[in-house]
Design a binder for this molecule. Structure first.
Ligand code: SF4
Length: 220
């Protein structure tokens, strides 16, 4: 099956891509993550994703290298799927859309203002909706995501979001619990020298991670 696989970073992609390749699928990776801040961190993860795909021989689409109309995402939970139409023949872009450079945190922070407590569900939905959109444009039959490898995120929430988008789009969502091979991904990413990130991605998650560490260090 031709599967477009959303890739959040290199380390999470290793097990996911290897598993899909072993199963005989034709796999293409898709890097779309406007939730990674700051810029230097975004670039490190982007490079890590590229290094993993080169090693595995998997074609990789960097969404931030696509034409602007393929990088634009909508605000809020109402991320809409495109019609399955070729580029230029779909629904006109709403005026409120904005095409941020992918690593610019300002649009992301504006979007999340007041919604911080449920930011993760928005974050998954935006990334997966864009994956579905890219898959429809390119005639893929199915999609999945390396987010399903994470042991720290809400696995069922990610799965539910993807299933919802699959139902809306008519694409097949390839579900696997990639966490079962979590150790393999860690070991291979280290052996291959792939950058391993210390926090989930957004500035909120960076703050929370180091706030916890700081509290321990301060003994509070
Ligand atoms: S914590 Fe992670 S999943 Fe949640 S909003 Fe931030 S980057 Fe996205």
């Amino acid at each position: 099956m031709r599967i477009l696989t959303h890739l959040c970073c290199g380390p999470c992609g290793i097990t996911v891509l290897r598993d899909l390749l072993r199963a005989g699928h034709e796999v293409t990776a898709y890097f779309f993550n406007p939730n990674i801040h700051p810029l230097a961190e975004y670039l490190r993860r982007r490079e890590g994703a590229g290094a993993v795909c080169r090693r595995l021989g998997v074609p990789l689409i960097f969404a931030d290298a696509l034409p602007p109309e393929e990088q634009e995402w909508e605000e809020g939970e109402s991320v809409r799927l495109p019609e399955a139409a070729p580029p230029g023949q779909g629904r006109p872009l709403p005026a409120r859309r904005f095409p941020p450079p992918a690593a610019d945190p300002r649009p992301w922070l504006r979007l999340m203002a007041g919604l911080e407590d449920r930011r993760c569900s928005l974050c998954w939905r935006i990334r997966l909706a864009m994956t579905v959109r890219a898959a429809l444009r390119r005639g893929f039959a199915a999609f999945t995501t390396s987010l399903l490898y994470s042991r720290r995120q809400d696995h069922n929430g990610i799965r539910g979001t993807a299933e919802d988008l699959a139902a809306c789009s008519g694409l097949h969502f390839v579900y696997r619990d990639f966490r079962v091979a979590w150790r393999e991904g860690v070991d291979l990413s280290r052996a291959w020298g792939i950058y391993r990130q210390p926090y989930c991605g957004c500035l909120y998650s960076e703050y929370e991670r180091y706030a916890r560490e700081g509290a321990k260090a301060w003994g509070v």
